[in-house]
Write a protein that binds this ligand. Structure first.
Ligand SMILES: Cc1ncc(COP(=O)(O)O)c(C=O)c1O
Length: 422
């Protein structure tokens, strides 16, 4: 029998697919719905954009540019590359990532179109429709966007601001069931700027081990850690829990537009035989990163001077310290000290601001009166906070904080000391 095809009666309403219908980016829908009208008397300061290149204040070293220019001139890399990436580039990622506690070979590496695509492949390979994944709250919004577009249930586990955004382990475990396919963990974190200690990573891994659930580690801010903290990758701590680690050039190398990402398979307990096959198959749907950047990867990872990483971090850490100090002095606000990455979260005592309902209202009014725009943390499923990006030019930090202070002085009626201590 011929299959019954339901034909449209008119051309007026060609329906979108189920996947398109289920695709929803919370940041876009919240920000697009906001009234962002700066005060014309004050030049705008955007503390909202997580792209470290927008202000032009963080230069990248010549070695990175030259690596790509050389490959363009060679004319050897204009063709298609293997779906999982060039062997030499995968070897370069393996050399860059491998450590005594988490040894990696090129067979464990798949190159992807930025870290987002790495996350997409990892979620897709681990979870099927009807299953669920656990993601942090507050957390980077793409986890929810990707999971839900695939028809996977997305559940949140809470992070605790009073414990520098450590995971509420009891809450995380209470969200797990037999259909939980993976847990995503992000340290250093966007939006929190938190960095987990070795001990805390062990505690998280214990929960995953007890429930036999693999981890997707979003390591895009790996090594982006301020001087008082130490970076431990999830994989270097895990003895038994299998981990798919996602990272790339985006943040540490300050080239988000180059779309160079990767997955590293840390196959603890020999659990990922099928997952490796699945990742290989999924990589064949659409070729990964641009051949020129792939071919330059070995030079980029090996020739970038250590001083570049150190200087970038120092710049961001100096900004972080100044922001933290100045915002701590503003009535009605409570910053959570950042430990790494490029962000700081700030709590708002919304109950005691006159005519301010929530974080969206606060950030809208702040931009219209003071031309300072911060992202409301509702974008990260965490109301009554806002997120500040720490990569802005140094000379703008004080002005931004003075304006935020003027705004709070005008609208805050509470007792800041009792808010700070609660
Ligand atoms: C936590 C986190 N993961 C992943 C990404 C996406 O990285 P990419 O631009 O390489 O896709 C970002 C980008 O801001 C991020 O903050």
């Amino acid at each position: 029998m011929e299959p019954q095809v339901k034909r449209l009666k008119t051309w007026h309403a060609v329906p979108m697919s189920e996947m398109a219908r289920n695709t929803f980016n919370p940041i876009r829908s919240i920000v697009d719905g906001m009234k962002i009208t700066p005060n014309p008397k004050k030049p705008m300061i955007a503390l909202s954009i997580g792209d470290p290149t927008v202000f032009g204040n963080l230069p990248i070293p010549e070695e990175i540019d030259e690596a790509v220019i050389d490959k363009i001139r060679s004319h050897k890399y204009n063709g298609y590359n293997p779906s999982i990436g060039y062997e030499e580039a995968r070897q370069a990622v393996a050399d860059y990532t491998s450590s005594h506690d988490a040894p990696v070979t090129s067979k464990d590496v798949i190159l992807t179109n930025g870290c987002s695509s790495a996350l997409d492949l990892c979620i897709t390979v681990l979870a099927s429709r009807g299953q669920n994944i656990l993601i942090p709250r507050p957390g980077f919004s793409i986890y929810k966007t990707l999971g839900e577009s695939l028809g996977i249930q997305v559940r949140f586990y809470d992070l605790l601001p009073e414990k520098s955004w450590e995971v509420d382990l009891k809450h995380m475990e209470s969200q797990m069931d037999e259909n939980t396919a993976a847990v995503i963990v992000n340290s250093p974190s966007n939006p929190c700027g938190s960095v987990y200690s070795r001990q805390h990573i062990e505690e998280i891994l214990e929960v995953l081990e007890r429930n036999r659930i693999p981890m997707i580690a979003d390591d895009i801010y790996e090594h982006f850690v301020f001087s008082e903290n130490k970076y431990h990758s999830m994989a270097s701590v895990s003895k038994t829990v299998p981990i798919l680690s996602c990272s790339g050039l985006t943040k540490r190398f300050l080239v988000p537009g180059w779309r160079m990402g990767w997955i590293v398979v840390h196959d603890r307990s020999n659990a990922f035989h099928e997952i490796r096959i699945g990742l290989n198959s999924l990589s064949q749907r659409i070729l990964g990163p641009n051949s020129l950047v792939q071919s330059a990867l070995n030079d980029i990872l090996k020739n970038t001077p250590q001083s570049f990483y150190a200087e970038t971090l120092e710049y961001i850490e100096d900004n972080a310290k100044l922001f933290y100090k100045l915002i701590s002095e503003i009535p009605g606000l409570k910053p959570v000290k950042p430990q790494g990455a490029m962000y700081m979260m700030v709590g708002i005592d919304t109950e005691n601001f006159t005519n301010i309902k929530d974080d969206v209202d606060f950030t809208e009014k702040l931009v219209s009166e003071q031309s300072v725009f911060c992202l409301p943390a509702k974008c990260f499923q965490y109301p009554n906070f806002f997120r500040i990006v720490l990569t802005i030019p140094k000379e703008k930090v004080e002005t931004a904080c003075e304006r935020i202070k003027e705004f709070c002085d005008l609208h805050y009626n509470g007792d800041s000391r009792s808010y700070i201590s609660c």
